[in-house]
Design a protein around this ligand. Sequence first.
Ligand code: FAD
Length: 289
Amino acid sequence: MDLREFAEAIGDSGPVTVTGAGTRGGPVREATVVRAPAGIEWLQPEEMTVCCGAATPVDELAAALAEHGQRVALPSGGTVGGALAMGRSGTWRLGWGPTRDALLQARYVSASGDEVKAGGPTVKNVSGFDLCRLLVGSRGTLGFIGEVILRTWPMARHSQWFSTATIEPDELLARLHRPTSLLWDGTTAWGLLEGHPDDVAAAAAAAGLVPADGPPELPTAGRWSIRPAQVRSLTGRFVAEVGVGVVHHSEPAPARDVAPAVRELTRRIKHNFDPAGRLNPGVDVLDAG
Ligand SMILES: Cc1cc2nc3c(=O)[nH]c(=O)nc-3n(C[C@H](O)[C@H](O)[C@H](O)COP(=O)(O)OP(=O)(O)OC[C@H]3O[C@@H](n4cnc5c(N)ncnc54)[C@H](O)[C@@H]3O)c2cc1C
């Protein structure tokens, strides 16, 4: 994929911001707005990889992969670049892995307007400094992603939600082998199991689960990050992702207590990548929102 036009639009001076589908990032004031290229470049189901422009909608990519019985671990609704820049995982993180593991290679445009390649096209090709993982969750403050190679996974033959109101979530996590998702609202636990239908039914029965209509509705006001031990002291309406540390809460997340050393490290990384602070000015990667 030719990134020259994208790199030219970004240039090498002045404030600039990149937008995907706009589900998360508001426009950064007084900055030139650019968009990454869109579209699937190639799809290699046998290698379990796909290459696409960063502005490709995740849902479009998911539909193309589904035709080959595959899927990608990115949250739906926005673009591939936006999902990677935000770095949020879906409630399937327990089974499918975090969003950051989906990115094998990124071609991005740096603050000096240069095209940079990070990572490699194969799963094994991870050596040296792992720039891809740094880009994921960096909210477009270190570089603007133009094209990516993503790792794909086979779609499960069968997916089914189960629930229980009598088994403690920690006990359930111990009883189940790699559930795709395990949610708990303080009273009821829900588990998403995937695999061969017979295996799914057997695993659910062995763990003491009964079939459920689906997952509970997730409160959307706050997405809290907590230590597993803190889940017991939660109040209000919430749904916790057991084994992950994420809680969907009816209240906004409390202000994050970021250690000064972490703030300083974050500032230095940003300065090294973007000395003039021109990429997504004003965006704070440590902001919990
Ligand atoms: C309705 C809805 C609401 C959501 N709300 C939230 C929420 O509150 N918080 C949250 O974390 N997630 C939220 N998500 C989840 C989701 O992870 C992201 O918001 C979404 O994937 C971002 O994709 P986008 O294309 O809309 O990105 P945008 O909203 O367009 O951009 C998000 C951020 O990513 C940067 N970015 C976009 N493209 C690139 C690129 N190519 N290279 C580098 N940086 C880039 C932008 O500059 C911006 O800072 C929401 C999703 C939906 C559908």
